[in-house]
Write a protein that binds this ligand. Structure first.
Ligand SMILES: Nc1ncnc2c1ncn2[C@@H]1O[C@H](COP(=O)(O)OP(=O)(O)OP(=O)(O)O)[C@@H](O)[C@H]1O
Ligand SMILES: [Mg+2]
Length: 207
């Protein structure tokens, strides 16, 4: 199995990178991709703190820690800090099999996506895509999608719903799949299942 590298990035902070990295890694582990690692490249170490219970079914650690055990991993999911410089974003896109750009529908996030589109504009056909997180179906989401598509950004059809279940998951150091305090937690888990499925579809189309 060749090594797969999926990266999460955004210019704007707080848009769901860490939540997405953890749940994408969760689904990849469940699919039986052995040796999944989340590489925590944010110095706030949110992904590492999410894994504090030791109950996540994959490795979470710093880049140094992951490199030391590189032989064990076939899939790396990179969680980065918000507010990357354009060059860092471009480097990440170059290095990744897929660069996923989470965003919410707020004006400021969409404005940051416009800058992202500019930074990645020269990237040719590298595989990247925007993921709407914290999404509520409706006109605002439809408009946001149209705005980004008009900027030339590929937007995933799959979206991740807004739900407190994700906060419960991070507080309880669990995947949302295992959260018992929210009735819709399984739906939240399925949302990321669809994201992963679409990522694979898009990577295959690009190969
Ligand atoms: N789908 C969702 N619905 C509701 N809340 C969410 C969702 N996804 C993430 N959140 C919450 O939004 C906040 C930011 O999410 P997260 O930490 O994943 O973003 P981030 O992009 O990694 O942030 P940072 O830039 O600070 O690293 C957290 O409180 C998280 O629990
Ligand atoms: Mg984060």
């Amino acid at each position: 199995m060749s090594r797969l590298l999926i990266s999460l990035a955004s210019l704007k902070g707080g848009v769901g990178k860490t939540t997405s990295a953890i749940h994408i890694a969760g689904h990849l582990s469940e699919k039986g991709r052995g040796g999944v690692a989340v590489v925590d490249r944010d110095r706030t170490r949110s992904a590492t703190s999410w894994s504090r219970s030791g109950n996540l079914p994959f490795f979470v650690g710093t880049q140094d820690a992951a490199f030391k055990r590189a032989d064990e991993f076939t899939t790396l999911v990179i969680d980065s800090r918000g507010g990357l410089e354009n060059e860092e974003l471009q480097e990440m896109a170059e290095a990744s099999d897929f660069l996923l750009l989470p965003t919410n529908v707020e004006y400021m996030s969409l404005d940051a996506m416009a800058q992202t589109a500019e930074a990645l504009g020269a990237m040719g056909n590298r595989a990247f895509g925007v993921l709407f997180t914290m999404a509520r179906p409706g006109k605002r989401l439809d408009t946001a999608r149209r705005v980004l598509e008009e900027l030339g950004l590929p937007v995933l059809n799959a979206t991740v719903r807004a739900s407190e279940a994700f906060k419960d998951a991070s507080e309880q150091s669990l995947l949302v799949r295992d959260v018992k305090t929210n009735k819709l937690a399984h739906k939240c888990w399925e949302d990321y299942g669809e994201v992963v499925q679409e990522l694979f579809g898009r990577m295959e189309a690009n190969a």
